[in-house]
Design a protein around this ligand. Structure first.
Ligand SMILES: Nc1nc2c(c(=O)[nH]1)N=C([C@H](O)[C@H](O)COP(=O)(O)OP(=O)(O)OP(=O)(O)O)CN2
Length: 365
């Protein structure tokens, strides 16, 4: 798979709906409301938005413009069956953006649906949380994860399906029902005591969940395990892709912005950087690459980004998220050869996603 640079944007809307196609007695048949979030990922032509570096800002503007018509509305007045899938379709039909690769709507931070452009396929996801203790028995002497400790783990179940014109894919409640027995086993447990989880790394846990659920949910496409708020693992039955997130606080100006554009002024962002690495499992350690090692090996690059002025970085053509992601890859790849995707958001949900290697982006966010 060749390099792919996407721009991403996210825009919220507050609306009410009834989903009458759900079974009798389902709570979502009643009028209710959500803080929705619409998300788009697009392969934009360079300079789209007027100048090099304007792409992600212009994408956000287009998405926010399309979403405006949904905000503070009774959604049933706009479309007869306002499922997350149909809302994403509605936005896809109205969004005047080239190269859209995926468009999604989440009705809460726990669940949503993403559509692939041009295909009637949906990626439905739902998030769960459990509180558990664990220790990693095979880590080197003195490693913090060798001590008994605990986490508020989060799991996302992802299902990919053909919609074939249907109003919705798998019901979020069906994902919850499939998850319930695992929740009973994992919540308030010490993971090391559960058969098959004697070495409960995120990687082993995601595989353990996958093996339990895939016979009952053939559409299961990925299992995501968040071990902490900043690190976790995705597993699809074959590949382990871990990520580590960091934030940095930096200044920039977009010198190609036209006269009068506020982005020509020196300004700043609290950036979110997510480094993804795909690698085989170490048979003894039960992980791919230690999250701590990812952070340590990235540190020399991090120090060049955090609390600095980015438009002064040597070798950087422009200080927009796409150019920065390319710069970060060149600077980090020597130390982290397993790196195959970089997400860089300059505001929440908005920025760039650069991927290369066999897996491509793999997941919408
Ligand atoms: N590839 C893996 N690496 C690590 C795992 C794992 O399951 N797979 N687990 C751990 C520890 O259990 C640890 O609790 C979490 O790791 P880490 O992100 O390093 O912890 P911090 O929250 O302390 O990180 P900071 O960003 O430095 O605060 C370790 N590695």
């Amino acid at each position: 798979m060749t390099e792919q640079l996407f721009h991403v944007a996210a825009a919220p809307f507050e609306s009410a709906r009834r989903v009458a196609i759900l079974p009798e007695g389902h709570r979502a048949r009643r009028l209710h409301g959500h803080s929705f979030l619409a998300k788009v990922r697009a392969r934009l032509p360079q300079d789209w938005g007027g100048f090099r570096g304007a792409e992600s800002g212009a994408l956000l503007e287009s998405l926010a413009g399309a979403v405006e018509a949904l905000d503070y509305r009774d959604l049933n007045e706009l479309l007869p069956v306002p499922t997350d899938e149909n809302l994403a379709r509605w936005l896809r039909d109205r969004l005047d953006v080239p190269g859209v690769a995926s468009i999604g709507v989440q009705s809460t931070s726990e669940q949503g649906a993403d559509l692939d452009d041009g295909e009637d396929r949906v990626h439905v996801w739902r998030r769960f949380r459990f509180e558990a203790a664990h220790r990693l028995p095979n880590v080197p002497e003195g490693h913090q994860c060798g001590r008994m400790h605990g986490h508020g783990f989060e799991v996302i179940l992802h299902a990919d399906q053909s919609l074939a014109g249907a109003d919705m894919g798998i019901d979020f409640d069906r994902l919850a029902a499939l998850w319930a027995p695992l929740q009973a086993e994992l919540h308030h447990a010490c993971l090391n005591e559960i058969p098959g989880l004697e070495n409960p790394t995120s990687e082993m846990l995601s595989r353990w969940i996958w093996e339990r659920l895939t016979p009952r949910l053939p559409a299961l496409s990925w299992v995501t395990v968040y071990e902490t708020a900043t690190a976790g693992c995705h597993y699809d039955g074959e590949h382990y892709r871990i990520w580590k997130e960091q934030r940095f606080e930096s200044a920039l100006r977009l010198e190609l912005a036209p006269e009068g554009d506020s982005r020509r002024r020196l300004h700043g962002h609290s950036y979110l950087l997510r480094l993804h690495l795909t690698a085989p499992l170490d048979a003894v350690l039960g992980w791919t690459v230690d999250y701590g090692d990812v952070k340590r090996l990235f540190d020399p690059v991090y120090r060049r980004l955090d609390h600095h002025r980015l438009d002064g970085l040597h070798g950087l053509s422009a200080a927009d998220p796409g150019s920065l992601a390319l710069w970060i890859r060149e600077a980090a790849l020597g130390g982290l050869p397993q790196l195959d995707r970089i997400d860089l958001h300059e505001t929440p949900g908005c920025g760039a996603s650069l991927c290369w290697g066999e897996l491509g982006p793999a997941l919408p966010s």
